[in-house]
Design a binder for this molecule. Structure first.
Ligand code: F6P
Length: 326
């Protein structure tokens, strides 16, 4: 294989705190090895529209602590087409870019797999999503910060819930996965956690509320993952209000606050580790793999595996969450 000389780096899909730390690590690790680095703006959209600029070490100074992504991000419909991907490849050739690092979630890595299959260019992925839903890695960049954001918000909600004797339904992100809900719910001492991976039938939820909130507690928090199957926090809260008319039921949807903010130390270190490992992997002639972290060790997961396989929730944590909320 020809030796790699120029790496392109991009962030794609939903932004996640720690993406900047990953861009910094990729850039500096590549420069350390004598490679040139090109930043591709706005994800695959910028690859198609030739928004490609050389990155120097100084361009990534003072960004490790910043949320969002200095490269910007986008979800590109055009990159889902063969024509879009061909145009993107033409632009990479124009800049003599011979390898890519893609920082993003499931959709971004699916795009990377198609792209590297169609155009013979090595691509390595770095899992960047607050959802933590990628198979083959214990953590994705942004997940830890998002959980801490949820915990901080719910702690505040609990103060007012307790002052007014209210029951709050707090909806958190995660797309169709319940990782954010489960971990933040345990950290907040939630009375119940509703996740898409395991249905909590309405009678069961009612029972939780009767044994806990109604009988012993004066206030309560139920964490609802946005992807759960009963229609979301508002729908469930309305039903509960009908059945427990004596209680004051409120809903908070935390929304995009979960995507922003300065990354936690954990996310910065994970992003730095993964970013450096991505460059190492390319120099080691690897392609079509995602960098993961399992038991604190770097692993290389083939795109096919991480895209197709489904990561399950930690059953032990699920069980503990039920026991501890009685
Ligand atoms: O994948 C990250 C995520 O924040 C999900 O949790 C959420 O469902 C989705 O992105 C929201 O996307 P958008 O910002 O495009 O509305």
């Amino acid at each position: 294989m020809a030796k790699i000389k120029r790496i392109g780096v991009l962030t794609s899909g939903g932004d996640a705190p720690g993406m900047n730390a990953a861009i910094r690590a990729v850039t500096r690790m590549a420069i350390y090895h004598g490679l040139e680095v090109y930043g591709i703006r706005s994800g695959y959209h910028g690859m198609i529209n030739d928004q490609i600029k050389k990155l120097e070490s100084s361009h990534v100074s003072n960004i490790i602590q910043r949320g969002g992504t200095i490269l910007k991000t986008a979800r590109s419909a055009e990159f889902r087409t063969v024509e879009g991907r061909s145009q993107a490849f033409v632009n990479l050739q124009k800049h003599k870019i011979d390898a890519l690092v893609i920082i993003g979630g499931d959709g971004s890595l699916t795009g990377a797999r198609l792209f590297s299959d169609e155009h013979d260019i090595p691509c390595v992925g770095i899992p960047g999503t607050i959802d933590n839903d990628l198979f083959g890695t214990d953590y994705t960049i942004g997940y830890d910060t998002a959980i801490n954001t949820v915990v901080e918000a719910v702690d505040k909600i609990r103060d007012t819930a307790s002052a007014h004797n209210r029951l709050f339904f707090v909806e958190v992100m995660g797309r169709d996965a319940g990782f954010i809900a489960l971990r933040s719910g345990i950290a907040c001492g939630a009375e119940a956690i509703l996740v898409p991976e395991r249905d909590t039938p309405y009678p069961k939820l009612k029972k939780y509320l009767e044994t806990g909130f109604v009988n012993k507690k004066t206030s309560g928090i139920v964490i609802v993952a946005e992807g759960e199957h009963q229609g979301g926090a508002y729908e469930i809260a309305n039903k509960v209000q009908e059945d427990f008319s004596q209680y004051d039921v409120k809903v908070t949807v935390l929304g995009h606050i979960q995507r922003g903010g300065s990354p936690s130390a954990y996310d910065r270190v994970t992003a730095s580790h993964m970013g450096a490992a991505a460059v190492d992997a390319l120099l080691d002639d690897q392609k079509s793999v995602m960098i993961g972290i399992v038991n604190n060790k770097i692993v290389h997961v083939p795109f096919n595996k991480t895209i197709k396989a489904h990561k399950g929730l930690n059953e032990e944590l699920l069980k503990i969450s039920e026991i501890l909320s009685i």
